[in-house]
Design a protein. Structure first.
Length: 122
């Protein structure tokens, strides 16, 4: 049974996709490892530095340590910042154009900011 499930998974995900994901994880980890910054007391790391090996959209952000970090640590801090402070935070922790998930994280934080602002008006 387990062997047939493994075969099914191996056939359902093209090998080049697996290779691309592995490569993107490696790039993200290398960027995070070389990134330097001054951290303010009680300032949490952004999720992409806390868990660089978990790509955005991965199940790791919907269960397990990634989800816990987002909901228990990062979002409460993020929501405590005003828009200008959020922009400064993003600028401070931006890994640059070679960061594979850069656009996805920035769009996600913008959506989060907009939905939070809309909810607070109601």
């Amino acid at each position: 049974m387990i062997a047939s499930i493994k075969r099914l998974f191996q056939h359902s995900v093209p090998k080049n996709v697996q290779h691309d994901v592995i490569e993107m994880r490696q790039v993200a980890q290398k960027l995070a490892d070389r990134f330097s910054f001054e951290r303010i007391e009680a300032e949490p790391l952004p999720p992409w530095l806390q868990y660089p090996q978990i790509l955005i959209g991965s199940i790791g952000w919907r269960m397990g340590p990634g989800e816990d970090y987002l909901h228990d640590v990062f979002y409460p801090y993020w929501w405590s910042l005003d828009t200008e402070q959020q922009n400064e935070y993003i600028e401070k922790f931006d890994l640059g154009a070679t960061w594979p998930d850069r656009g996805k994280w920035l769009r996600s934080l913008d959506r989060n900011r907009l939905s939070r602002a809309a909810a607070s008006k109601n």
